[in-house]
Design a binder for this molecule. Structure first.
Ligand code: TXD
Length: 317
């Protein structure tokens, strides 16, 4: 099997961690692109020089030239500004749209057969723009938000119940904004509903609901919580790991079911927009969108989240 090639557009905080994770897992050869001269070259030299210690052997190249992304299997895009404290993701739309336009043109020209995973914010709008400009089929342009939002939800549940994060399953759907939809009904500890465990813990159904509501709220604001603490920039370890889970599923055709920002054509009552839903990720990118019935409350939350995505995408011109 030929070695895979992964290109990372944007060599900032997330880009650097992405490159290191690709190397540690030997996912393939890696190119890190940035417009800042020396930054991607320096990071890739740094990561290459620790191959003998961490015992990985892949080609790592930093570059300021799009030509180097030629023949990429996957391109992961983090180019764009991150939030500052007090900013919403949507405040980034103007400046990041300009950046995404140039990035998408570069990918279209030099890696026309690649599968693109967008991470840049505001996520749902940036994925939409990237697909429009590249003209790639929808299954080959997707966004990362749901893996991370779900992981945050699962982390809070594990802490609350005093169980291992490894045994918690939780998922969020919808847009990557304050209206995202954490699915309470399906959150479980090895299949046991989390609500049941909370009710046992507090012996009080109302209290259990309150505790869950607080976790849902914290999940929705979790990105902002990190931004407020860091003061310069936003989360970067977790978005990188989340995108790598998606990339790995595609590169190895694992067919994992991961919450993914996908273009919907009627699924969940949404038509013509990119929104987070569970998707099977394999060698073709999105191979299937997993549909299931939302109850009335969940559907109402989904509709609200989708309305926010529509407004955001509509403001992009
Ligand atoms: O889960 C998610 N989707 C996210 C998304 C979680 C956290 C942060 N998320 C967003 O990712 C964040 O709001 C930003 O929009 C992106 C990248 O975040 P990162 O923390 O990596 O930002 P940095 O460190 O500022 O890096 C951005 C890099 C920087 O090195 C710039 O020089 C580069 O982008 N940049 C460009 N690269 C290529 N081409 C162009 N035009 C360009 N402009 C800037």
């Amino acid at each position: 099997m030929a070695r895979k090639k992964i290109s990372l557009i944007g060599g900032g905080q997330i880009g650097g961690v992405l490159a290191q994770l690709c190397a540690l897992r030997e996912l393939g050869d890696v190119v890190l692109f940035d417009i800042v001269e020396g930054l991607p070259q320096g990071k890739m030299l740094d990561i290459a020089e620790v191959g003998p210690v961490d015992r990985y052997d892949v080609n790592l190249k930093g570059t300021n030239s799009y030509e180097d992304i030629k023949d990429s299997d996957i391109v992961i895009v983090t180019a764009g500004l991150p939030r500052k404290p007090g900013m919403s993701r949507d405040d980034l739309i103007e400046v990041n749209s300009k950046i995404m336009t140039s990035v998408a043109e570069g990918i279209k020209t030099y890696a026309p057969n690649s599968i693109i995973i967008v991470i840049s914010n505001p996520l749902d709008a940036m994925v939409t723009l990237c697909q429009k400009i590249t003209g790639f089929p929808y299954n080959r342009v997707i966004g990362q938000a749901g893996v991370l939002d779900s992981a945050r939800f699962a982390t809070f549940i594990a802490w609350e119940l005093g169980v291992s994060v490894k045994d918690v399953t939780a998922m969020t759907l919808g847009g990557h904004g304050d209206d995202m939809v954490p699915l309470v009904r399906y959150a479980s500890v090895n299949g046991i509903p989390v609500m049941e465990l909370l009710e046992q813990k507090y012996n009080d159904a109302e209290k259990a609901k309150e505790v869950m509501a607080a976790m849902v709220k914290r999940t929705r604001g979790a990105g902002g919580e990190v931004v407020a603490l860091l003061k310069t920039g936003s989360a970067f370890y977790s978005p990188a790991s989340s995108a790598i889970a998606m990339a790995e599923s595609i590169l190895k055709d694992q067919k994992r079911v991961l919450p993914t920002c996908c273009f919907l054509q009627g699924e969940f009552g949404v038509n013509g927009f990119y929104v987070g839903v569970p998707a099977v990720l394999g060698e073709k990118g999105v191979e299937n969108i997993i549909q299931f019935k939302l109850d009335a409350e969940e559907q109402a939350m989904m509709d609200k989240s989708v309305a926010a995505v529509k407004e955001l995408v509509g403001s992009m011109k």
